[in-house]
Design a protein around this ligand. Structure first.
Ligand code: HEC
Length: 154
């Protein structure tokens, strides 16, 4: 079958808009996760599964952000986490040395999928025998909590 120039153009346009639409989806929707490679030998490179694929960390702690993170942590997390000892969940101190920033944020934003699909999180669930509850934080709140965790470990 011979396709006309016009049909070809329409097809091309369709493909272009389709792929752009897909890109937008991956950024926006919470179901289209970008699964990152696990790295068993170097767990700190494991980014986990969830909405976060890359986090920028500044050398200097953003004090204001960390203080906000502390408030979010104390409101949503201390029912299960203590800083320096095991409680319902693991102690928080040192977490930024054993996990990547992306992994931490994915664990906070997406614990259900993490314990299903991420080996390190699966192991934690087996060890702690109680699932981490999703506190429905926004990405900004999770980022603030991460800044607080980095401050603790510095
Ligand atoms: C209902 C209890 C509960 C709440 C509330 C909770 N967690 Fe957890 N958390 C856990 C448990 C239990 C684990 C271990 C994984 C599992 O069993 O699902 C965990 C694991 C983690 C880990 C991984 C720790 C590690 O050693 O790798 C991080 C980080 C974390 N939680 C952060 C948070 C933050 C931040 C909040 C608040 C927004 C929070 N958690 C709220 C129970 C909880």
């Amino acid at each position: 079958m011979k396709t006309s120039k016009l049909t070809q153009l329409i097809l091309l346009f369709g493909i272009l808009t389709y792929s752009c639409g897909e890109d937008l989806n991956t950024e926006k929707s919470n179901t289209n996760y970008n699964k990152t490679e696990k790295n068993i030998e170097n767990p700190i490179l494991d980014k986990g599964v969830g909405p976060i694929t890359s986090v920028e960390i500044n050398k200097e702690i953003n004090k204001e952000l960390a203080t906000h993170g502390k408030t979010v942590f104390e409101t949503n997390c201390t029912a299960c986490h203590k800083l320096d000892k095991r409680f319902i969940g693991p102690a928080i101190t040192g977490v930024t040395n054993r996990r990547s920033p992306e992994w931490i944020m994915n664990m906070v934003l997406n614990p259900e999928l993490m314990v299903k699909e991420n080996d390190a999180a699966k192991q934690l669930l087996m060890e702690y025998m109680s699932p981490m509850a999703n506190q429905n934080l926004t990405e900004d709140e999770a980022r603030a909590v991460l800044e607080y965790f980095i401050e603790i470990d510095n």
